[in-house]
Ligand binder design. Sequence first.
Ligand code: GLU
Length: 476
Amino acid sequence: MQKSAFSIALSGIVLTAFIINVSAPPRTLLERVKKSGEIHVLTRNAATTYYEGSQGPSGLEYDLVKKFAEYLDVDLNIKIRDNLNDIISQIEKGTVDFAAAGLTVTEERQNRIRFTTPYQQITQQAVYNTNNNNIEKRPRKLADLMGKRINVLANSSHVEQLSQLKLKYPKLSWTESKNTDSSELLDMVANKLTDFTIADSNEVTLYRRYHPELRVAMNISKEQPLAWAFAKGSDDSLYKEAQNFMAHMKKTGELAHLIKRHYHHASKYQYSGTNTYLSKVRSRLPRYQKMFETAARENKLDWRLVAAVAYQESHWNPHAVSPTGVRGIMMLTNNTARQLGVVDRTDPKESIFGGAQYLRKMVDKVATRYGLEEPERTWFALAAYNVGFGHLTDARMLTKLRGDNPNKWTDVKETLPLLRQRKWYSKTRYGYARGNEPVKYVESIRSYYDILNWYLDNGKPKIAERSILAFKSSAL
Ligand code: GLU
C-alpha cells in the first residue's frame, strides 16, 4: 500500500516535471531557434555572398548557411542589407541570429561583435584600369597611390586598413562612398571615374572576367579572414553550434569543396577572351537570342546557358566547321545531327534546337545514371556533351579509386586529365581521352554564362526574387 502511494507520488512528480519541461519557454538562443524551426540570417547581395544563379539562389555564403540550417534541421530565413554598418549594428542589437555577409574579421569590429572561426582567407587589393591615362606606369607600391583618386566603401575593412596605412603614409587620402557596393566601385574604375578602388581578392577574381582591363596594382593587406558574425553576450549556444558546424565543414572537406566550386573556374579564366566575347554579345547574339530562348524553353533549359554553350562551340558562327567535321553554331557531329533529325547543320535554327535537345538528353541521362543534383548535374552534362558518357563514367570510376568523390565536379575535373596517361587510362573501359578538354570546356561555359548574366542584368548580380527564402531542410 505504502509502496504504491509512493510510486503514484513519484509518477506525479515525473509528470509535472515533464509538463513543465514541455511548456517551458526556450532558455537559450539555440533552443529558441530550434523551437521556432527557423533561423534568421543577414547577408549582402553580391557575387561573393548571395545572388540568384542559374539553378536558384547561389553564392558561397548562401551555400554555407543553407547547410548550417540543414545541420540544425530548421528553415532558413534570409534578409538582405547592403550597408556594412547596418549589418554590424543589426547584429549588435540582436535583430537577426547572425550575419553571413563576407565580413572581414577586423580589430575594430571585434570590439562590437564576435566572429566564428574563419571560412576563407582573402587579401585587400588595390585595383586600377590599364587604359587609364592618369596612371603612367604600372603601380606597384603604396607610394604610387599618393595623389590619385581612390574611392572605397564606407564602413568597410578597406577603410580600416587605409586608416592604418595612413599612419605611415600621411599623404594617403581617399573618398568613402556610402550608398554603393564594391562592384559599383569596380565599375567606377572600369569607367575611369576614379583611379583606384580597394576590393577583396575573391571579388576581384570574379569581377575581372567582366572587365579584363582591370588589374591588381598590389595587395594592401596581409591575408585576412572572412567569418560569420554573432552578437556578443552571455548566450553563446548558437555561436557554439556554428563553431561545431564550421569544424565539421572543414574536417569533411565540404568547405574546401564549396570554395573551389565558387572560385576555381573563375581563377582559371583567360581574361583576354572577354573583349571578343562581349563584342559578340553585342553584335551576334541579338540575331540568335529568340532561337536560344525558344529552344531552351521547349527543352526546359536556361537560354543563357544554351547561348554560352553555343559561344564556346562556335563563337555564334553558324558556318563554323572543325577539322574533324563537326559543324554549325552548336557544332554537332554528323551522327548526332542525324539522330536529332537535323537536316542542315549550318542552319542556325536547326542547330540550336538540335543542340538544346541534345543537352537536355545529357542532363536527363546524368540524372538517371548518376543520380546527381544541381548544379553538379549541369556540369556533368556539359562534360558529357563534350567528351561523351563513356569517358566521363571512366573518370568517375578513377575519381573513386583515388579516394575522391565521383559525385563532385570539383573532384572529377581533377581526374579527367589523367585519361591522357597510360597509367590511368589502362585501368578504364573506354581508354585514352583528351580529358583536359572537357574540363576547359565546362569551366569556360561557366564563365561565359556568368559574364552574360552580368551583362544582361546591367552589371549587378541578380537579386533573389524573394528577399526571404525559406525551405525545409533535410539532414546533412
Ligand atoms: N569584406 C569586406 C568588409 O568586411 C566587404 C567587402 C565588400 O563589401 O565587397 O568590409
